[in-house]
Design a protein around this ligand. Sequence first.
Ligand code: DLL
Length: 429
Amino acid sequence: MRDSDADATRLPRDELRDLQDERLVKTVRHAYENVEFYREAFDELGLTPDDIEGVDDISKLPFTTKEDFRDEYPTGLFAVDMDEVVRIHASSGTTGKPKIVGYTQDDLDVWREVMARGFRGAGLTSDDSLQNAYSYGLFTGGFGFHDGATAMGMAVVPTGGGNTQRQVEMLADLDVDAICLTPSYALYLAEVAEDMGYDPADLALSTILFGAEPCTEPMRNEIETRFDATAVENYGLSEIIGPGVAVECLEQDGMHIWEDHFYPELIDPNTGDPVEEGEEGELVLTSLTKTALPVLRYRTGDLTTLDYDTCGCGRTSVRMNSVTGRADDLIIVRGVNFYPSEVESVVLEFDEVAPYYRIDLKREGSLDKLDLTVELAEDFDGSRSDLKSRIHKRLSSVLSFSPDDVTLVDPGEMERTKVGKVQRVYDHR
Ligand code: DLL
């Protein structure tokens, strides 16, 4: 492995800065010299690689967007010849072409290293076993976790996504120590385990590595309680490397961004200007060591806040808080703006309901309508109309907005996410 956890993530911040400066200069030159897209973008701005002497100059650089990935499909953003590429992945999108990403052997080494850092941060060692319930394939989740865990010497149980009863059997029969999966699948897994007669809390699992989709704090708490395990969050995206961009340590106080490889900025999604320190903004990431696919100022669309204080664990790397929404997920109904995560927080305040809900947006005439459907908890035996009106009232006060309809459905009635990412919002407008 190229660097140890100790030196790279605990550097005094001025030393980290020097490393970032040096790596940024190299990355910019690499992108300019080898990717026509960047050369043209620089030329248009009258910019040359010599204008970038370090991180202080980063705002001179153009942004890269997901549309750029689509326009340059499949490999227009690659900076090396195909014979140097040893792996391809692609990110699923609901519309249009997927974003194709490539890795050289060096890139795979970095990926393994950042994944292994995350495992160590979560308290895992080479003696532990990891069940990998992320899909293997073009999605970066499966192979990203697999390779990182293998490089660390963990025993990997490569179940992939789906086949949930088999997942439960493996966990139980092999006394697996850790599992990685989406938070929505974690809850489904707990349900299936219960249906099979297991108490998920009795499984040997000590650590749950969740990520790839938003998860509110109440949802994390629910996962931890159900499995009686520590759940740590992982963040990443294919365009930058896959999982392994940022991960929580056992302090569970924000995800450490591995800043020696990925440089973060937060911008106002409307103006592109940096936000004030401590304020929420859209995360923009620049790769500092990638060779196949260097990415300058990538607009992730993910909204978060950053914390530059040294973590309780002693690491100096900046921490990002859980993603509160995507800049493009903002729901606007009758002029009121909010994110699905705000609805989720309200839903999860109620013990009488299960953590399953969906938001349907409709248009009747020229009027927007929002319907919320929530599933009742197994043991609910109270008054439905009373519960409905309490949820309605609470939502109205939190969002300054009233849903048009709250529907309560019976336990188990709401469709579960078994593979891939959960969909909460259905916009029919
Ligand atoms: O989801 C990589 C990944 C795999 C991360 C496994 C963590 C664990 P993509 O499919 O390219 O890559 O999707 C990236 O997913 O821009 C976010 O919008 C969302 N996302 C990823 N992690 C989180 C998270 C993988 N912890 C997109 N919280 C990102 C909220 C997340 N959203």
